[in-house]
Design a binder for this molecule. Structure first.
Ligand code: 6GU
Length: 224
């Protein structure tokens, strides 16, 4: 899968995919992330990509022309399944959307900045608008990194243990149960006995109960 990300601050996206699971995904050739600098696609002087908004008001708006230049240039190489604009007024991202997007071949993400982007680009080029939550970030880059991570780790072969994405929180509308590792007792705090029982059926039952209890307490809204 490829994810292309258009940004005016491409440096913000140099590190998130260079480590850990995202690095493994790209080393294995399962996920290719390309960050595109919008300023390379402007014809305006001094690499200008934004301007004041018509009608007045504070804040700059990304101009349509550099965005279209960039998208149409990229579209010569590949066809995108979706052109995603990251914006606080988009649909709130969740695990189900990550699952759906992980089945696509080529995604293009557009990061806005300042007051956003010219509405005509949204009307004519964007196919999905996504937010990562009800708060405002200074740009779409961190949101694009969040989506790319959530999608990338779902690609077959990215995680070592293929079952581990299936047991994630949210994957079955339940939060994950507690987990423990060595030492067995720390400062007198012991791990639950059942985890040492060797009885896999009992352990699975306990984990399921814990997941239900945790979800009931913390996120009754997602419980089916
Ligand atoms: Cl996708 N962008 C920005 N700028 N702020 C956000 C967001 C996206 N999602 C939540 N807040």
């Amino acid at each position: 899968m490829t994810i292309d990300i258009i940004s005016v601050v491409p440096d913000l996206l140099s590190s998130p995919f260079a480590h850990s699971i995202m690095k493994r995904a790209s080393d294995k050739g399962l996920l290719q992330v390309n960050v595109i600098n919008l300023r390379e696609y402007t014809t305006y002087a001094r690499a200008q990509v934004d301007d004041y908004q018509f009608g007045g008001g504070a804040g700059m708006v990304l101009m349509i022309e550099p965005l279209v230049n960039a998208v149409e240039h990229l579209q010569k190489e590949k066809q995108y399944d979706d052109v995603i604009y990251l914006t606080p007024d988009g649909e709130t991202f969740n695990q189900k959307m990550a699952n759906t997007l992980s089945l696509k071949k080529n995604l293009l993400m557009i990061c806005g900045h300042y007051k956003g982007i010219d509405q005509r680009f949204r009307d004519h080029f964007v196919t999905k608008e996504i937010s990562i939550g009800d708060y405002v970030l200074s740009g779409g880059e961190l949101a694009a990194a969040v989506l790319t991570d959530a999608i990338g780790r779902l690609l077959p072969g990215v995680l070592n243990d293929e079952t581990s994405a299936l047991t994630d929180s949210f994957q079955d509308n339940l939060l994950s149960p507690p987990v423990y590792t060595r030492p067995e007792i720390y400062r007198g705090w012991a791990i639950p006995n059942v985890l040492k029982s060797g009885n896999h059926k009992l352990i699975e039952e306990w984990r399921h109960e814990q997941a239900i209890e945790r979800t009931t307490l913390r996120r009754p809204d997602i419980l089916e």
